[in-house]
Design a protein around this ligand. Sequence first.
Ligand SMILES: CC(C)(COP(=O)(O)OP(=O)(O)OC[C@H]1O[C@@H](n2cnc3c(N)ncnc32)[C@H](O)[C@@H]1OP(=O)(O)O)[C@@H](O)C(=O)NCCC(=O)NCCS
Length: 299
Amino acid sequence: MSLASATYPGLTFRQDYFADHAAWTALVSLLQDTFGIDLDPLRRLGGADPTSMPFGWFTDDGLLAANLSAFAMPIVVNGRAVNAAAFQSGAVRPPWRGLGLYRDLTRKALDWCARRGFEAVVLYTDKPALYEPYDFRPMPMHSYSGKAPALALGASPARHLDVWRPDDLMLLHTALKSRVPVSNVLAVHESAAMFLINTQFDPGVRLSWLEREKAVVAWKATPERFALIDVVAAEVPSLSAIMGALGVETASVDVLFCPDKLGWTGEAASLEGATRFLIRSATTTVLDAPAMLSPMADF
Ligand SMILES: CC(C)(COP(=O)(O)OP(=O)(O)OC[C@H]1O[C@@H](n2cnc3c(N)ncnc32)[C@H](O)[C@@H]1OP(=O)(O)O)[C@@H](O)C(=O)NCCC(=O)NCCS
């Protein structure tokens, strides 16, 4: 869909434009210029989330002046499946800021969510004030830290996964399709596209395949600390089995989601940093336990 505008002369509104290669390239360029991130590898990792609905204002020569994308991101919250949408890629190029373009796109994206019957909308931002008028509220995020468990004995060694090897990418796609949420307190159901692009944003994240447990594990380690970032499996193995298969023997562990399925517990710590997780929902959402969405679900 495309619509020239009387309010914004020289700009044309378009939505659902990902199938147009030039328009996708214009979005990659907007995000590179605004946030310094490269979304383009996503094309070779299976493409954008199929539910994506981008809303954008384009100049006559094809530059994307302003964008906000929505996509379906089903999550589990306190054991209940929540039909949520997520907003991402919100940006306006400097020459077009202060004209109300972002307000316009936010309203259009929220209207789309209402028409589609999403019961919640979530986003990450370092500018929460931007979303207060639309009743988005912060949900505090917490990671967990504690002592490493005794490693499970007799584990078969894990294998390194490389998303750029076709067989490994296929295995990842299959695992992501049949995964269960990594936590019952707060987690995504699938979010395959986000998981795959997030492998590109942090080169320190390692991916391993645990054959016996049929689990993909996203993790990091220093000689002192092991960080468990996500587990993609039809049944989440224990932390002891995961560390046993990876053969990591650190004293301390950080888990970057609520560890209710890991057979381990640690102490919750509030997540530092300027970025906030916001939720807009008719029901107040107080989590049963401190939790966070895995960074592999970042969007
Ligand atoms: C933040 C940004 C998207 C705003 O775009 P914009 O088109 O200039 O915003 P608008 O003119 O539509 O203003 C919409 C509202 O947001 C407010 N606003 C604008 N920039 C803001 C900021 N940095 N912090 C808080 N509020 C802001 C405006 O005052 C306006 O409020 P109003 O509706 O009460 O009048 C744009 O400055 C940008 O791309 N910044 C860099 C990337 C970024 O931060 N993106 C948001 C990611 S979550």
